[in-house]
Design a protein around this ligand. Structure first.
Ligand code: XUL
Length: 454
């Protein structure tokens, strides 16, 4: 019986999951493993997967660390005792928007990759927006107005700041196509799901848009990978992985972004049914049959790996904000849950604006936490205040998708917490269903390997 491997390269860790498919066609979990970047690869000096920076607007990670994590993950798989020859196909997902810069020899022309938490490109966003005719024009064209973390503004900033290194750059990958390139031992394409997080792809044609390229940086077309349908088999595992780890020449299915991958992992099938992923970033997303771009520029329309579209809104103050409140009050997760149980909905009017890091939605460029009717030392009310603030923002800033939320599938690490989901259900007034699987992006990758690699 064949096995299928899914890999997710997220902000803080790399996860691997192997599935088999039983006689009735149902996937079965066979093996899984996760590598935490800070702990397993301390030589890179990251904190929560990000390089420390004096400028709070800058958030970068070393691409070599992701490559090393992949090696560690595949080494662990090779010593797992599984019959490796049965691995038929591999696919993957990665944190979105991060860019990896390679020279003609395949070396890094930029040692640190800007990632999705970076907010340092407001000037470049304004320049691209002006060149393309305003925020709505950019959104109609690419699915989103110009966002600081998106690849296009980041590439423009690199071109402006380090022309020589830009000139030396032969290929600019997203994290997903970079990791896929390592697997196939060559230059992997992008899928439309992840490519729609760049402000460079025409959402309706799934091809690079010449006007957006022009507005971003000269000579960019030649530096970008091809875009292929998400279902494409882009190659097989490179001889390197076969020689070193005894892996077979399994098919490699195009990688995608972690949120598009989660659409498959969660199994979203209808509009009005959404997923809320509570991870390093909190995201809310749902399928869209037709692209309905956010009129107020809040969220994004991405291509979905299912061949349709997805609407998504992203918040930077997800798990790190929850952990900061937990740690400030010396709680563990059980204590955090107890605090939620001991406080009433509405928190007796105590509120928090929980911007522990610069926020994407709403745009808050400088981090800062504000409390209203809330004593900083009151542990229980601070816990409820951060969760009510997050859930209220998820509801408010997803209304642009235009379809009432009937059902919510909760995923991501914090979805294991029942009390947080209770607040979610109260705020949305919707049915919340917790997925058994908290890493829906990795599951989505494995399921895409099954579907397109069988
Ligand atoms: C999506 C986004 C984040 C990252 C996190 O637009 O910025 O959800 O994908 O991995």
């Amino acid at each position: 019986m064949p096995l299928y491997l899914g890999i997710d390269c997220s902000t803080q860790s790399l996860s691997l999951q192997v599935l088999s498919v039983d006689a009735g066609g149902a996937p079965r979990d066979v093996w899984r493993h996760a590598i935490n970047f800070d702990r397993a690869l301390p030589q890179y000096g990251t904190r929560h997967g990000v390089l420390p920076s004096e400028d709070p607007a800058i958030a970068c990670a070393p691409p070599r660390m992701w490559a090393d994590a992949l090696e560690l993950g595949l080494a662990t798989l090779s010593s797992s005792g599984l019959d490796l020859a049965r691995i038929a196909a591999v696919s993957g997902s990665a944190q979105q928007h991060g860019t990896v810069y390679l020279d003609a020899a395949g070396g890094f022309s930029r040692a640190a990759s800007p990632i999705w938490m970076d907010t340092s490109t407001s000037t470049e966003c304004a320049e691209i927006t002006a060149a393309l005719g305003g925020p709505n024009a950019v959104a109609q064209l690419t699915g989103s107005r110009a966002f600081e973390r998106f690849a296009g503004p980041q590439i423009r900033k690199f071109w402006k700041q380090d022309r020589a290194a830009y000139e030396r750059t032969a290929r600019i990958h997203l994290v997903s196509s970079f990791m896929a390139s390592l697997l196939v031992g060559g230059d992997a394409p992008l899928d439309p799901g992840d490519a729609s997080g760049m402000n460079l792809m025409n959402l309706r044609t799934s091809g690079w848009d010449p006007r957006a390229l022009e507005a971003t940086a000269p000579g960019l077309r030649d530096r970008l990978p091809r875009i292929v349908p998400s279902s494409t088999v882009i190659g097989v595992l490179a001889p390197k992985w076969r020689g070193r780890f005894g892996l077979p020449p399994a098919k490699v299915v195009a990688w995608t972004g972690d949120n598009p991958s989660s659409v498959v992992g969660v199994g979203l099938a209808e509009e009005g049914e959404v997923a809320i992923s509570l991870g390093t970033s909190d995201t809310i997303f749902g399928l869209m049959r037709e692209p309905r771009v956010s009129p107020d520029g809040v969220g994004h329309v991405f291509a979905s790996p299912t061949g349709e579209f997805m609407g998504i809104t992203v918040f930077a103050n997800g798990s790190l904000a929850r952990e900061r409140v937990r740690d400030m009050h010396g709680l563990d997760w059980e204590g955090f849950s107890a605090a939620l149980r001991s406080t009433p909905p509405g928190n007796d009017g105590a509120r928090m604006l929980p911007y522990f890091v610069p926020e994407i939605t709403p745009r808050v460029p400088v981090a800062g936490v504000r409390r209203f009717n809330l004593d900083e030392r009151d542990a229980a009310r601070n816990v409820r205040a951060v969760i009510e603030a997050q859930m209220t923002a998820l509801k408010k800033y997803s209304a642009w998708m235009g379809v009432p939320v009937r059902k919510i599938h909760a995923t991501g690490g914090a979805s294991a917490n029942r009390e947080i989901l209770q607040v979610m259900a109260e705020v949305f007034g919707a049915n919340v269903q917790r997925l058994d699987e908290t890493n829906s992006a990795c599951l989505g990758a494995a399921l895409r390997a099954v579907k397109h690699g069988s």
